[in-house]
Each structure stands twice: as C-alpha cells, then as structure tokens.
Design a protein around this ligand. Sequence first.
Ligand SMILES: [Zn+2]
Length: 71
Amino acid sequence: MMGKQESKFKCRVCGHTEYTEVRQGNGILGPGAHSHMIHCYCEGCTTVFRDVRKFSVAETEAEGAKSKIVP
Ligand SMILES: [Zn+2]
C-alpha cells in the first residue's frame, strides 16, 4: 500500500518537496485494520529514508546559517 503525502518536506539530497510514504497493513480490511510506515522515499531522487523530519532540510538549516553538509 502506498500513500502520497505532502507536508513541509524538502529533500536534502535533491531539494524536491514531495515524498511517498510506503506503508504496510496487517492484512485486515475494515475494523481492526492497521498499517504502519515502512519507509518513505523522495519523489525526486528516490532516496529512501524513515524519519521525514530528520531527512528534510530544516528550515533554519535551509536559511544557511552555519551548517553545511559535506559529502
Ligand atoms: Zn530527493
């Protein structure tokens, strides 16, 4: 199962602002159904990550105060 989600996301690899959340259900349909996130990936570069907030460029960071990511 896949769900598209838009939020304040900016890929720190390519700068894309959309990602796809990949979820897995527990096999139950209807009441009792439950799904959990397996991982997310960037729609731009398809880099897989799990923590959106950690992977996304932080707003303060995007302003470019001091931190730079050196490959
Ligand atoms: Zn990306």
